[in-house]
Design a protein around this ligand. Structure first.
Ligand SMILES: [Zn+2]
Length: 99
């Protein structure tokens, strides 16, 4: 019986799921998108209140999300053309593949 010290080394890292590839990752590796009254917003701080969805910081996953309207399903809302345009702009800054 010598497993006393095991517990204190377990760190709880918040995990979230990318809505495109369904991989579960630490929150930090994902980008949070939030639906607000002003439309879709990026939430780098994770502090914006509202219904949010997580996506990888990779163009591949954003493409999947846009093509299959995954964000709409996840946020339970219809995205306006303006929102989709914003997503495409944000996507431009992302690397092609996730690490
Ligand atoms: Zn992904």
């Amino acid at each position: 019986m010598s497993n006393k010290s095991e517990k204190k080394h377990v760190r709880h890292v918040p995990q979230r799921t990318c809505i495109a590839c369904r991989q579960t990752l630490p929150k930090r590796s994902l980008i949070r998108l939030v639906r607000t009254d002003e439309g879709l917003q990026l939430d780098p701080t994770g502090k914006v209140s509202g219904r949010g969805a997580y996506l990888h910081d990779s163009k591949a996953c954003w493409n999947i999300a846009i093509q299959h309207r995954l964000l709409e399903k996840s946020l339970k809302t219809e995205l306006s053309d303006k929102d989709l345009e914003k997503m495409r702009l944000w996507m431009e800054d992302l690397p092609d593949n996730a690490e």
